[in-house]
Design a protein around this ligand. Structure first.
Ligand code: GLN
Ligand code: ZN
Length: 762
């Protein structure tokens, strides 16, 4: 009989218990022992739950108090020198690396491949002395043993660890670093084996990216040494988030007990892998989608897997999710408020374990028994395929009718800019903000009370109108030039729209870890998207009625809505995105009709949607930018279209950013001291730019002089006529006591530059 295996489970706890335990500990309300107790009971539940669900190969060390890449840095002793003085007991040093202290900067954080999970970037320099520190891993292995399970420890492999790390020195080539790191892994394997482990899973997700030949060769050498460390230990080389591409044969012919492949993202690997596999190795088939929340089509999986079993024999095949289940929520059990049909199409973590079991049982059965086993799955798959909930012929017609000119503004930027200048009469260096204002306790409390029906909708809306008036009048008083309504009515910039669009569902408990204790609850995009009615217009109208200055209409762009949702997998993402774009386009035009002279469409996630392999990126950026254009560019020349993107790596994207053709884009820039504007200068970016001059991610309040300094830097790259003055991003995470002086300084800086009194500071 084939075995089932799990690469990793969500860690945050079925009801976000880990989040609560962490936050209690960080705020000083609970000692480390309490946190450890909480963490242990979550781990025990994972392991015993997986066994109860029938999983044959259960992972350990997939759990983490904060992040598994940070765990790996600690495991191999890559702790930067600045943390040496922080005591290591009671996780103090660990959390200092994750979150910083009053005096020590934390590790940087960045996105884990193309997921919405963020990892801490290890820092490696010439002085890094790797040394094994395997307490965590070994105690998780021992705990599992105590709970009656021979678990398979998971560890991030040496190649991926180094490629994901930041080397302080470009003169630190990979190969000698690997030579220094591999002995630590060898020691680790020996320790695992001594502790009674029989298997280990080494994750090398970087192998699905464009690794160079040198990198691959260095990896092959390292791997050969690893596997000989403890020949009795069975090693699985796990890859996921894509395929091995042209390197597949080379990698599969390495010595290993097992290879795990992501056959959801890269099904084309299967046949080649079977051919390349040595007769002593197993194949772990990643066939259940670990990145999305839809039920698997068991019938077609059986058709895929059965011939593999025939060729390799059942003992050389394992069935698994495509990757760790870290990226899906725990269980769909509590989602009874969803439409029953949509609910029947969902498989969160727990349900995916059930699917593996069913798959295994069905493969071991035949005829009538098999049909019975998968009958419920089959009817859910069929209902999803044919449901009127997912397919709206009017949407298909509308997509068909899109013409190239729908993506274009009527006139080129220069002409539009003139019309807009006449209409808006803004001063030089206009000041504005990105959209949100502080989401105070009071606002969150009111939202909670309204959601739990303690507060009536009427009272809640009156409360929001007061909030908006307050925020608008505040900006007016401060002397900002282009105002916003503050977004107090939005729980989240994506969910707010998803709640109002057809084709989306909002789960009650579908939380996924974003980083540390932070979780997000991505909306579920299950069907064709339409907009039953305007979503933002009445709030904008109210805001505009509070001032004579222009108030920006504020929308989230189609790519960002797509990127931050769980998206249907039965049609190309590009097509789904076009549907969202059409809905946002309607909203844009309604705002314009209502009198909005400026409309901002945020595309915070445009860049993070980039595929992992360079060869796939061009196609993505084309359709993504086209979707933005479809959403935005239906407006008249005199309407000023803004976009906002909160990241700073534009070098490779700049021509695509230009193709968006927004009249004004605001971007993150303050942390890089405006360096990123070089890309705009070198490209001769033609439209207006608002480089952020206030780093809202930090509690620091910039002085007016600092802002003047940054604007001087900016003027060196973008002419003043096309320069705006704004913060890096929305202000929702900051308090009023920070926002007020920071914006005062921002207005002051712009005024002194206009008056020609902005002294250059060095
Ligand atoms: N308009 C949003 C805000 O100001 C943009 C947030 C973002 O870019 N992440 O909060
Ligand atoms: Zn932003």
């Amino acid at each position: 009989m084939v075995e089932t295996a799990l690469l990793g489970f969500p860690r945050i706890g079925p009801h976000r218990e880990l989040k609560q335990a962490l936050e209690r500990h960080w705020s000083g309300r609970a000692p480390a022992e309490n946190l450890d107790q909480g963490a242990t009971s979550i781990r025990r539940e994972h392991i015993q739950g997986a066994v109860r669900a029938g999983v044959d190969v259960v992972p350990c060390n997939d759990f983490s108090l904060y992040d598994h890449v940070l765990d790996t840095a600690v495991l191999v002793g890559a702790v930067p020198a600045r943390f040496a003085a922080v005591p290591s007991a009671a996780h103090e040093r660990y959390f200092a690396m994750a979150r910083g202290t009053a005096t020590v900067k934390p590790l940087e954080m960045t996105k884990w491949f193309d997921t919405n999970y963020h990892y801490l970037v290890p820092e490696i320099d010439a002085g890094t002395r790797f040394a094994l520190q395997a307490d965590k891993l070994l105690s998780e292995l021992r705990d599992a043993r105590e709970w009656g399970v021979r678990a398979r420890p998971v560890v991030l492999g040496p190649l991926s660890f180094l490629l994901l790390a930041k080397s302080h020195n470009a003169a630190l080539p990979l190969s000698p670093l690997l030579d220094r790191l591999v002995p630590v892994y060898e020691e680790l394997l020996t320790a695992i084996s001594d502790a009674g482990g029989s298997e280990v899973q080494i994750d090398e997700p970087c192998l699905v990216t464009d690794v160079t030949d040198d990198e691959l060769m260095a990896f092959e050498g390292a791997w050969q040494r690893l596997v000989t460390a403890r020949p009795t230990l069975q090693i699985t080389l796990a890859t996921y988030f894509g395929g091995l591409g042209k390197n597949l044969e080379r990698i599969i012919s390495l010595p290993a007990a097992e290879f795990h492949l992501d056959l959801v993202r890269a099904p084309e690997q299967l046949d080649r892998a079977i051919t390349a596999l040595s007769s002593s190795a197993r194949l772990s088939l990643g066939v259940v989608d670990g990145r999305n929340i839809w039920i698997a089509d068991l019938e077609s999986l059986i058709a895929l897997i059965e011939p593999v079993i025939e060729k390799l024999g059942a003992d050389r095949v394992r069935l698994a999710p495509s990757c760790s289940l870290l990226h899906v929520p725990y269980s769909a059990e509590g989602e009874e408020r969803l439409d029953a049909r949509v609910r029947s199409w969902l498989a969160f973590g727990q349900e995916k374990l059930g699917e593996l079991q069913l798959l295994k049982a069905a493969l071991g059965a035949d005829g009538e028994t098999r049909r019975e086993l998968i009958a419920a799955n089959h009817s859910a798959v069929m209902s999803r395929r044919t449901s009127t909930l997912t397919h709206d012929p009017a949407v298909a017609d509308r997509l068909q009718a899109i013409r190239p000119r729908d993506l274009e503004r009527r006139s080129p930027y220069a002409q539009r800019a003139e019309l807009q200048a006449q209409r808006l009469k803004l001063p030089e260096l206009p000041t504005t903000t990105i959209g949100s204002f502080p989401q105070t306790k009071e606002i969150r409390e009111a939202r909670r009370r309204h959601e739990s029906e303690v507060m009536s909708t009427e009272d809640y809306e009156a409360f929001l109108r007061d909030q908006i008036r307050f925020v608008v009048e505040f900006q007016d008083r401060l002397g900002l030039d282009v105002l916003v309504h503050g977004e107090s009515e939005r729980n989240d910039m994506v969910q707010y729209f998803a709640e109002q669009l057809n084709g989306f569902a909002i789960s009650a408990h579908g939380w996924v870890q974003s980083y540390g204790s932070r979780c997000v609850k991505p909306p579920i995009l299950f069907g064709d998207v339409t907009r039953p009615m305007p979503m933002t217009v009445r709030w904008w109208r109210h805001a505009q009625s509070c001032t004579r200055k222009p108030v920006k209409g504020m929308l989230t762009g189609p790519v960002t809505i797509l990127q931050w949702s769980f998206v249907r997998d039965d049609q190309p993402r590009a097509e789904t995105c076009q549907q969202i774009a059409l809905a946002i386009r309607d909203e844009t035009l309604d705002l314009e009709r209502a009198g909005a002279q400026i409309i901002q469409i945020d595309e915070a996630a445009l860049r993070e949607g980039l595929p992992l392999r360079r060869a796939d990126q061009e196609h993505y950026v084309r359709w993504a930018v086209d979707c933005f254009r479809l959403a935005a560019n239906g407006v008249a020349d005199a309407t000023q279209l803004h976009s906002h993107m909160c990241y700073s790596e534009f070098n490779e994207m700049i021509e695509h950013i230009a193709r968006m053709d927004a009249d004004v884009i605001s971007i993150e820039a303050s942390r890089s001291q405006m360096d990123l504007l070089d890309a705009f200068r070198d490209f001769r970016y033609p439209n207006a730019v608002g480089p952020g001059v206030y780093d809202i991610h930090s509690p620091r309040i910039p002085t007016a002089e600092e802002i003047v300094g940054l604007l001087h830097e900016a003027e060196g790259r973008i002419p003043r006529e096309r320069l705006w003055v704004n913060p890096d991003c929305g202000l929702k995470t900051r308090g009023w006591e920070e926002v007020t002086p920071a914006l005062e300084h921002l207005v002051e800086a712009a005024r002194s530059l206009r008056a020609g009194t902005g002294a250059r500071i060095s």
